[in-house]
Write a protein of this length. Structure first.
Length: 184
């Protein structure tokens, strides 16, 4: 895989140019500074998960649009061959297992949270649905101020256009699948 920062930067620049938007206009749409957007486009910055979500939401595109090089009809994935997006001093790792597919409107991630790590997600656009399946450990989800404790084998589905967060409440690493569906 090419350098992930360059892939993200090139995709951002491609979207911006296709829509004939200036960095200043993209900054206003996303809430990300013009300087940071410029650094991302040049591949000089390693954007956090939160920053990428702000950009994706502001531009009304899928998160994984920024990280997928190509779309194949058949893919076999080995997570060990995927460069994760890292946040919170390596305490959160997001693996883009199946980047956004236009036909299905779905993208799938594996997310690992170290003990007591939490991630606050920017609310997504209307019509975005999330499915969480815990495969290891325990997480606490806060969805619009409603708390849910999910253990290995538990799942939850919710509309993601509201505030939501994930926290590893166990002493061990927590791992979960995050399936995001963009409804038509």
């Amino acid at each position: 895989m090419k350098d992930l920062n360059l892939i993200i930067g090139n995709k951002l620049k491609e979207i911006r140019n296709k829509r004939d938007l200036s960095l200043d206009e993209v900054s206003k749409l996303t809430g990300v500074s013009k300087a940071m957007l410029g650094q991302i486009e040049r591949g000089q910055s390693n954007p956090t998960v939160s920053t990428l979500w702000k950009i994706a939401t502001g531009l009304k595109v899928s998160f994984s649009l920024f990280i997928d090089e190509n779309q194949d009809d058949l893919k076999v994935i080995n997570q060990n061959n995927i460069d994760p997006i890292i946040e919170d001093d390596n305490r959160m790792k997001l693996y883009p297992i199946f980047p956004f597919d236009v036909k299905s409107g779905v993208e799938i991630f594996t997310i690992e949270l170290e003990s007591n790590c939490d991630h606050i997600s920017t609310p997504h656009n209307d019509g975005v649905e999330e499915y969480i399946i815990v495969t290891e450990g325990e997480i606490e989800m806060d969805i619009n101020n409603r708390k849910f404790v999910l253990q290995k084998g538990n799942s939850i589905r919710f509309m993601a256009n509201q505030p939501h967060s994930y926290m590893n409440t166990s002493q061990d690493k927590a791992v979960f699948q995050n399936i995001i569906r963009y409804l038509k």
